[in-house]
Design a protein around this ligand. Sequence first.
Ligand SMILES: N[C@@H](CCC(=O)N[C@@H](CS)C(=O)NCC(=O)O)C(=O)O
Length: 200
Amino acid sequence: MHIKLYFAPETRAIRPRWLLEEIGQAYELERIDVFGEQGGSPEYKAINPYGTVPAAEIDGQVMLESGAICHWLADQFSDQHMAPSPDNADRIVYERYMSYAVATLEPPVWLLIVHGALLSDDLRVSEILPWATSRYTYLLSKLEQEFGDGPYLLGDQFGAADIMVGSTLMWRQDLLQGFDLLEEYVGRLKARSAYRRSVL
Ligand SMILES: N[C@@H](CCC(=O)N[C@@H](CS)C(=O)NCC(=O)O)C(=O)O
C-alpha cells in the first residue's frame, strides 16, 4: 500500500502521521504551506478542495478528515492494535472517544484558538471566549473523572483514540492546569517516540 500524507506541523495532520509512526507503516510525506499560498492553490485544491491538511492519498485515492484517516488506518492495520476489534466490548468506548474528540472536545477549544489568537482582530468575537472557556473546562473535568487508572483512555492499550483525544488536549495545554490526570496523560503521550517524530 502506498500512503502519501499531506502535512503541516502544528495542525491536525499530526494525528494520522502519529498513527503511521506508531504502527511503523512507511509513508510519503508532502509538506504543505497550508496557511500560505500553497493551501489555496489550484494544485493543492485538486487534491483537497477544502485546501486544508491533512489529506491522505492511499493507492491514489484521496481521503480527508483526520479522524476518518486515523479510524481507517487503525482498522486497516488491525494487527497493530490501534483499535479494539469490533467484537471487543472496548470497541464501544473506543468509538465514543473517536467521535467525542472531533464532535465534543474540539469545538469549544477551537473557538478559543480561533477567537483568541488565529483570526485577525477585526474578525474575533471576544464575547464567545468566557462561554468557550467554561464549556471546555467543564468537559475537561468530566474527562478527568472518566479517566480511571490509565495509563491510556482504554486502560493499558494505547491506540487511535489516544491520538485523537490527546492531540486535541495538546492544543491548549495551559488549560489542563489543575487536571492532574490529564496533565500526566498528555505528558505520557508527548514522551512517545512516535509522537515526537510526528511533529517534526
Ligand atoms: N475536520 C478537518 C479539519 C482540517 C483543518 O481545518 N485543518 C486546518 C489545520 S488544523 C487547516 O488546514 N487549515 C488551513 C485553512 O483553513 O486554510 C480534519 O480534522 O481533518
